[in-house]
Design a protein around this ligand. Structure first.
Ligand code: NDP
Ligand code: GDR
Length: 374
């Protein structure tokens, strides 16, 4: 049987890299769309990159952009994929308030451009389409927990753009009989998570202060509650959704939630110390109350204040709480998440401690290290 061909937009992102690994393991030929950047932007997939001159090469990268219809149409025509995973997006909620029009162009119209290219090329009976939808659609939540029939109330330009992409995916399925599905994924993280999303910002910041690379971590709303899972578990479900007999939409979540503050505490424990929070709102601070493992946190002492609030990280409209109900995914596809938030946090802190130790060494030898985070 001929090997299956997949095309992934957003291949250089967190999910794109894990999904590429999964599909290659399953024997797929994988094509990814990467953006042109002035610096290399393929760090997350460099370990699977193969020279395309090699015999049996099965991983290929194409330059492209979700804002460029002709480019997308040409790549689809060349690749003739069995499955398209549309993971590419301006995916940062806070940034979407700064760049709302660009976010709409990429996240909303980008999905339409691919669906329309599939139709234009007559691939609608061959090519299956996965849309990276999001729990941000629920926004101002109408019921707890949220499932596939919970009403939407998006709270950011990002979520509004993703709402268009959700419905245009449903519409092309209903209008043209396309195999097109939405995965409504709750937050998922990993050591490959972008440094400005809150979990990675925390694990990296905590590791840096533990190693003396930074003095303090500044955060926004620490009351926010999220249902955090591991990206590896979630990309498995993206693939499973396209293997069904009929296209359907699924909520993917763990069914458990914790606050940003609790994630900070958990990260500190994994970095060898304990924190206590005091004060309220913009005056809230976290203070070191014990050092459990001085090897992991050589730069800290009891009494250090290492987490503070900077109101610049508050959002114009906030999503306070998200909690998913993955019952349908479990019942219909047998999917259950295998990695808990505690295990994921431990993995992320261990990885960031490794990086922080390298940076501490460089600083000790007089080299500059850029630790900035926005
Ligand atoms: P990332 O931000 O890590 O990756 C986004 C990817 O999209 C990157 O490869 C990025 O390229 C690419 N991209 C950005 N703009 C464009 C553009 N104009 N044209 C083409 N590609 C572009 O996101 P994740 O991997 O975390 O998420 C994958 C998808 O799932 C996104 O659509 C996100 O919105 C959605 N999602 C994510 C969730 C999560 O918790 N992670 C939850 C629910 C949905 P570059 O590397 O060059 O920046
Ligand atoms: P989110 O993720 O907005 O849920 O979107 P993020 O990690 O950015 O924020 C989660 C919550 O933490 C609060 N928060 C902070 N967030 C950031 N980034 N930086 C801070 O300093 C900070 N302090 C507190 C936020 O206010 C928020 O409540 C992610 C993205 O991956 C989307 O693409 C995806 O669709 C959703 O998850 C599901």
């Amino acid at each position: 049987m001929a090997r299956k061909i997949a095309l992934i937009t957003g291949v250089t992102g967190q999910d794109g890299s894990y999904l590429s690994e999964l599909l290659l393991e399953k024997g797929y030929e994988v094509h990814g769309i990467k953006r042109r950047a002035s610096l290399f932007n393929t760090a997350r997939v460099d370990h699977i990159y193969q020279d395309k001159h090699e015999e049996n090469a099965n991983f290929f990268l194409h330059y492209g952009d979700l804002t460029d219809s002709s480019n997308l149409t040409r790549i689809l025509k060349e690749v003739q994929p069995d499955e398209v995973y549309n993971l590419g997006a301006q995916s940062h909620v806070a940034v979407s308030f700064e760049c709302p029009e660009y976010t709409a162009d990429v996240d909303a119209i980008g999905a339409l451009r691919i669906l329309e290219a599939i139709r234009f090329l007559g691939l609608e009976k061959k090519t299956r389409f996965y849309q990276a939808s999001t729990s941000e659609l629920f926004g101002e939540v109408k019921e707890i927990p949220q499932n596939e029939s919970t009403p939407f109330h998006p709270r950011s330009p990002y979520a509004v753009a993703k709402m268009y992409a959700y419905w245009i995916t449903v519409n092309y399925r209903e209008s043209y009989g396309m195999f097109a599905c939405n995965g409504i994924l709750f937050n998922h993280e990993s050591p490959r998570r972008g440094e400005t999303f809150v979990t990675r910002k925390i694990t990296r910041g905590i590791a840096n202060v533990a190693q003396g690379v930074e003095k303090c971590l500044y955060l926004g709303n620490m009351d926010a509650l999220r249902d955090w899972g591991h990206a590896k578990d979630y990309v498995r479900m993206q693939w499973m959704m396209l293997q069904q007999a009929e296209p359907e939409d699924f909520v993917i979540a763990t069914g458990k939630q914790i606050s940003v503050r609790e994630f900070v505490k958990l990260s500190a424990i994994n970095a060898g110390f304990e924190l206590e929070f005091s004060g309220e709102h913009i005056n809230e601070v976290a203070t070191v109350v014990s050092i459990v493992d001085p090897n992991k946190a050589p730069a800290l002492k009891v009494g250090d204040q290492i987490v503070k609030v900077d109101p610049k990280y508050f959002r114009p409209a906030e999503v306070e709480t998200l909690l998913g109900d993955p019952a349908k995914a479990k019942a219909k596809l047998g999917w259950v998440p295998e990695i808990s938030v505690e295990e994921m946090c431990a993995e992320m802190v261990a990885s960031d401690l490794g990086l922080a130790k390298q940076h501490a060494l460089l600083l000790a030898h007089g080299h500059d290290v850029n630790v900035s985070v926005e």
